[in-house]
Design a protein around this ligand. Structure first.
Ligand code: RIB
Ligand code: CA
Length: 315
């Protein structure tokens, strides 16, 4: 039986690849996509989610829009310079015939969780605002999450949006603190494992050649590739969200250790930093499983092979 899966997302180039990866994976049954502000504005992330699902022939998957803004302080800036002003690397995907659920994401998510016949995996790959709102407004539903896989934070790799902070946590540090303090079984997939996991041009070429869906995914990635080359001088891209979905799809892909984590929610230079207590394994009920080791080559092959298969299935 496939594990029921919900993706909370701010597409976003790597979000788009993560959604396609989930659709290419028989281990999971994508039941709902909830959208959140982040890389770009909510209206755009919602439209992008609809269009990515339609690209893969899955406009049947419901989409519900969530938070337009962070919980307390407005996110200082979006990430259009990384993901493109419309969030998908300047690629205009075909509009979807589907429309979002009229209800707020937390209501739709809570309803799904309460009705689920087995524990649901929730992968949060944008700012965690919707998850914090779920915990506050529907705690009884949050308790029914079987596994919460969070893309965000950094134990020992510093930040990617400031010297201290990773983007998803930086975008809403108060939400991050709320989520990391819950008792929901949680895996934290941060920069420590995503930064070493680089998809290179050869990998992109493989799924680009496999069919139109792969070619479109490669076109969406191009801006990310260009940004990595000009900003970091690297060839290849770090698909943060796709690695988080790999862990959601194949539990145990990443080596984890239970750690206590707090978020710097002050307004200084460290805002959004995740302070991971690496002194000892934690027995605390609010500790999280922090991903500390990864077989990056295997993770990249997992992604490329599945995107190839998805592209071939949509010829
Ligand atoms: O730091 C990586 C995260 O920020 C990813 O979710 C990516 O989509 C960006 O939003
Ligand atoms: Ca994202």
């Amino acid at each position: 039986m496939a594990t029921p899966l919900v993706i909370d997302t701010d597409p976003g180039i790597d979000d788009a690849l993560a959604i396609l990866l989930a659709l290419a994976s028989p281990e999971v049954d994508l039941r709902l996509v909830t959208t959140v502000h982040g890389n770009v504005e909510l209206a755009q992330t919602t439209q992008n989610a609809l269009r990515v699902l339609h690209l893969a022939g899955r406009s049947d998957v419901p989409v519900a829009a969530g938070a337009r803004e962070s919980l307390v302080y407005r996110q200082p800036e979006r990430a259009g310079h990384v993901h493109g002003e419309a969030g998908l690397g300047g690629v205009k995907l075909e509009p979807s015939p589907a429309v979002p659920d009229a209800r707020p994401a937390v209501v739709v998510l809570a309803e799904l969780l309460m009705a689920a016949e087995e524990p649901v995996t929730v992968a949060a790959i944008g700012p965690w605002t919707n998850i914090a709102l779920l915990l506050a407004t529907h705690p009884e539903a949050a308790e029914r999450i079987g596994r919460l896989v969070l893309m965000g934070g950094s134990a020992a790799r510093g930040g990617n949006v400031t010297a201290a902070a990773e983007f998803n946590v930086w975008a809403d540090p108060e939400a991050a603190q709320r989520v990391l303090g819950s008792a929901v079984p949680t895996v934290l997939v941060g920069l420590d494992v995503t930064l070493p996991t680089v998809l290179d041009d050869d990998g992109v070429a493989r799924f680009a050649a496999a069919g139109p869906v792969g070619a479109t995914a490669a076109a969406v990635l191009q801006q990310y590739l260009d940004h990595a080359r000009t900003t970091y001088g690297t060839t290849g891209v770090v698909l943060h969200d796709a690695l988080a979905l790999t862990e959601a799809i194949a539990p145990g892909t990443l080596g984890t250790v239970r750690r206590d984590v707090v978020v710097d929610t002050t307004l200084g230079a460290g805002r959004g930093q995740t302070l991971v207590d690496r002194r000892a394994v934690s027995g605390s009920p609010t500790a999280v499983d922090v991903a500390e080791t990864v077989d990056s080559a295997a993770a990249v092959e997992f992604l490329v092979a599945r995107l190839e298969a998805l592209a071939r299935s949509r010829l």
